[in-house]
Design a protein around this ligand. Sequence first.
Ligand SMILES: [Zn+2]
Length: 167
Amino acid sequence: MKMTQQQYPSQPQYAPPPQYPQQPFAAPQPQGLPLVQCRFCGSVPAAHVKFRGHQGMILLMRFLSLDGPFCRDCGLATFRKMTARTLVQGWWGYASFVITPITVLINLVKRDKVASLPAPQPSPTGGSRPPMDPGPPLLARPMAIIGLAIPLVLIVLIFVLALTSNG
Ligand SMILES: [Zn+2]
């Protein structure tokens, strides 16, 4: 009887990480540590963060939220989009006028959690896509600038109306 000795093919100890843009589908491998992947692109690392939005509609209002996990770039993209929208859509109601700045402050605190993540990498378990473009910073967006001016304009308008009505 012939004994055959089989050896595992030698593998490089540190395989180079897969690179964008081409990512073949790979079967998920069991990992020692639970891997948190971005909900949008599957990249790692990702942080569990919830960003919020608010819409005031005079008598009605809407609370919006988007749960992570987010990688750094998708998280910043989500933060900027939701916060800029809130700054424009948030102010339009009595309660909303108070809720909107709180929502923006909460998002600013949460932003640090994704902004401090390292650059997104393809997940070793596969299935990840290139992350979102974070886009321009919040204060470089016309929507955010207009949104920040809205409460000032509203306050000035209320003063003018109060002064000119019957007085
Ligand atoms: Zn992502």
